[in-house]
Design a protein around this ligand. Structure first.
Ligand SMILES: Nc1nc2c(c(=O)[nH]1)N[C@H]1C(S)=C(S)[C@@H](COP(=O)(O)O)O[C@H]1N2
Ligand SMILES: [Mo]
Length: 529
C-alpha cells in the first residue's frame, strides 16, 4: 500500500496511480458530457449536439482544396472521418483536463464547462439554428461532466486516512456506473425517435405523389444494355450517390414545410405549401445528376426519374423575366433548411429545359437523404449550382450581389457539366480471360447529349463503341465495345463526343474550380487461354 503523504492544500500528494485515475476521470467526464448532450439533443434537435455543431462549423471553415481532398480520399466516409478526428482531439483534451482537476478540482470542472460553452456557441451560430434552445444540449452535458469530474477527483484528492484502496475502488465504481448509465440513456434517446422526427417520417409516409400531367416518355428498350457490370440506366434510390455538407440528414416535416419565392423582379412574394406545389402542373423527366467533385472515372453521378413542377412556370407566374427578356435578376439563389445556398443562372432555368422543383424520385417521395420534401434539379448543371436539397426558399438576385456557399470556397459561380465517359467493366486491374471481352460503361453530357463514344486499346486507333439508345439528351448513355482481348497487360481508354460535336479533351484537369475533364482509362491483365 502507498504511504499517504499530505499535499500543501490538505489533499494527498498524488501518486502515479492517482494521476492515471484522474486522466481516466477526465475521459469519463467528457464521455458522460457528450452522452448527456446527445440524449438532450435527441429530444431538442440532433444537429444541436456539441460534436455535430462543432463538426458543422469545421465543415464550413474547411478550405475547398482540403475538402475536395477529403471527398477524394475518404469518399462518402468523409464525414465519419471528420467526426472521428474531432472525438480523438476531445479525448486528448479530456485526459489533460483530468490531470488538471487532480491539482485544482474547480479549475478542472471549469475547463469542462468552457468546452460546453464552446459547443453551445457552435450550436447556436449554425445557419439553421433558429432558437437559443440549441445551446441546451451542450450546456446540460457540460454541467453533468463538470459535476462528475468534481466528484471523482474529490475522491482521489481527499482520501479517508488509510483507505486509499477503497477510495480508488469507489472512484472506479462511480466512473463506471455513470459511464454505463449515460451510455444507456443516450442509446435510448437515439432509438426512440423525437416527436419532430416522428412527424417528419409520418408526413413522408402520407405523401401521395400526383400523376404527372406530362409523364416521362418511356425509356427506349435499347437504352439498357445487357452487359454484366455496366451501371444500370436508372440508378436505384438506395444506390444513388449522396454529396452534401449535412452531418445529420435534415428530417423536414412536410406538413410544416413552406417554399418562399422572393427577390428582384418578383411581382409579389409567394409562399407555397407542399400541397399547393403538387397541385400545379407536374412533369416527370429522366435526368442525370453529377457532382463537380467527381473525378474522371469517379462514382458521383446517377440517373433518376424525377417528378416535380417546372420552376420556370412558377417564376413566370410570379412575374419573373429572364435576363434575355430584360429581367433584373441573373442569379436564382436557393436556400435549404440547413443553410446551404446554391446559385443558378436564371437564364438556364427559364430557357425551356426541364428545371424542376422535384418531390418524386424513381416513383417515391424524395428520400430524406436526397432532399425530402422538395429539391431542385436542373439538367446540364452540376449539383452544387443547381440541385438544392431540402429547399426552403428561392431568391432572385444577381451574381454581382451574392456569392452562394461554394463560391468563396474557390468553386466557380457558374458550372455547366463537362462531358465525361467512364469504363464500368472490366474493372481496373481486372483479369478477364482472353477472347471477346465486353468493355462497357456510361457517358454523359447533360442537355447536350452524347453523339459518339470511342474506345482505344493501348496505342491502337480509336474504335467506335456501340451506343445504347438515347433516352433524352439530359440523361447519360450506356455504351459497349466487344474487344478481342489477347493475353497480357492492356490499357483501355474511352472518350465521348457530345451533341455539339465536341470531343472530350485528353488532358486531365482537377475537379476544382468547375469540374474535371480528361479521358478515363483502366489497366487490365488478360489471362492466357
Ligand atoms: N441542402 C443541400 N443541397 C445540396 C447539397 C448540400 O450540401 N446541401 N449538395 C449539392 C451537391 S454538391 C450535389 S452534387 C447534389 C447531390 O445530390 P444527391 O446527394 O441527391 O446525389 O446536391 C446538391 N444539393
Ligand atoms: Mo456536388
Amino acid at each position: 500500500m502507498n504511504p499517504t503523504r499530505t499535499a500543501p492544500d490538505g489533499g494527498r500528494e498524488p501518486t502515479r496511480t492517482d494521476r492515471l485515475l484522474a486522466a481516466l476521470g477526465g475521459l469519463v467526464a467528457a464521455y458522460v458530457s457528450l452522452a448527456v448532450a446527445d440524449l438532450v439533443a435527441s429530444r431538442v434537435r440532433p444537429e444541436a449536439g456539441p460534436v455535430l455543431a462543432i463538426g458543422d462549423a469545421v465543415v464550413d471553415r474547411t478550405p475547398a482544396a482540403l475538402k475536395d481532398w477529403a471527398i477524394r480520399t475518404f469518399g462518402e466516409s468523409d464525414k465519419a472521418v471528420l467526426l472521428l478526428g474531432i472525438l480523438s482531439l476531445l479525448a486528448l483534451l479530456a485526459l489533460g483536463i483530468g490531470l488538471l482537476a487532480l491539482r485544482h478540482r474547480l479549475l478542472g470542472a471549469a475547463a469542462v464547462a468552457v468546452f460546453g460553452g464552446l459547443g453551445a456557441l457552435a450550436a447556436v451560430s449554425r445557419p439553421d439554428s433558429d432558437s437559443a434552445l440549441d445551446a441546451v444540449p451542450s450546456l446540460v452535458g457540460a454541467a453533468a461532466g463538470a459535476l462528475l469530474l468534481y466528484v471523482l477527483t474529490g475522491v482521489l484528492r481527499t482520501p479517508r486516512p488509510g483507505a486509499a484502496r477503497q477510495d480508488r475502488r469507489r472512484f472506479l465504481i462511480v466512473a463506471a456506473s455513470t459511464g454505463f448509465a449515460a451510455t444507456g440513456a443516450a442509446a435510448l434517446g437515439r432509438t426512440v425517435a423525437s416527436p419532430a422526427e416522428e412527424n417528419a417520417v409520418a408526413s413522408r409516409a402520407a405523401v401521395r405523389l400526383p400523376r404527372p400531367a406530362s409523364p416521362a416518355p418511356p425509356v427506349p428498350s435499347g437504352a439498357q444494355l445487357n452487359v454484366p457490370g455496366i451501371s444500370p440506366f436508372v440508378t436505384p434510390n438506395r444506390d444513388f450517390y449522396r454529396v452534401d455538407t449535412a452531418l445529420v440528414v435534415p428530417k423536414v416535416d412536410a406538413d410544416r414545410w413552406r417554399l418562399r419565392l422572393h427577390g428582384s423582379g418578383v411581382r409579389e412574394e409567394i409562399t407555397l405549401t407542399l400541397r399547393e406545389l403538387m397541385a400545379r402542373r407536374t412533369v416527370e423527366r429522366d435526368i442525370t445528376l453529377a457532382c463537380v467533385s467527381n473525378e474522371v472515372g469517379g462514382p458521383y453521378v446517377g440517373n433518376a426519374r424525377w417528378l416535380g413542377v417546372p420552376l420556370a412556370d412558377l417564376l413566370r407566374d410570379a412575374g419573373v423575366r429572364p435576363p434575355s427578356e430584360g429581367g433584373p435578376a441573373d442569379q436564382l439563389v436557393a436556400r435549404s433548411v440547413d443553410g446551404m445556398t446554391i446559385g443558378t443562372p436564371v437564364e438556364d432555368v427559364m430557357d425551356g429545359r426541364d428545371a424542376l422543383l422535384a418531390f418524386g424520385m424513381n416513383g417515391e417521395p424524395l428520400p430524406f437523404t436526397h432532399g425530402f420534401p422538395v429539391r431542385m434539379i436542373v439538367p446540364g448543371l452540376y449539383g452544387y449550382v443547381s440541385a438544392c436539397k431540402w429547399i426552403e426558399s428561392v431568391e432572385l438576385t444577381t451574381f454581382d450581389a451574392y456569392d452562394a456557399y461554394w463560391v468563396p470556397r474557390g468553386w466557380a459561380a457558374e458550372a455547366p457539366v463537362k462531358t465525361q465517359s467512364r469504363i464500368d467493366t472490366p474493372r481496373p486491374f481486372g483479369r478477364p480471360a482472353a477472347g471477346t471481352v465486353m468493355v462497357a460503361g456510361v457517358a454523359w453530357a447533360q442537355h447536350r447529349g452524347i453523339r459518339r463514344v470511342e474506345v482505344r486499346v493501348d496505342d491502337s486507333p480509336w474504335q467506335d463503341a456501340r451506343l445504347a439508345a438515347e433516352d433524352s439528351r439530359d440523361t447519360w448513355r450506356q455504351w459497349t465495345y466487344p474487344w478481342a482481348a489477347t493475353p497480357g497487360r492492356h490499357t483501355l481508354t474511352v472518350r465521348a463526343t457530345d451533341g455539339t460535336g465536341t470531343t472530350q479533351p485528353e488532358r486531365r484537369t482537377d475537379t476544382m474550380p468547375d469540374g474535371a475533364q480528361g479521358w478515363h482509362s483502366v489497366v487490365v491483365t488478360v489471362e492466357g487461354a
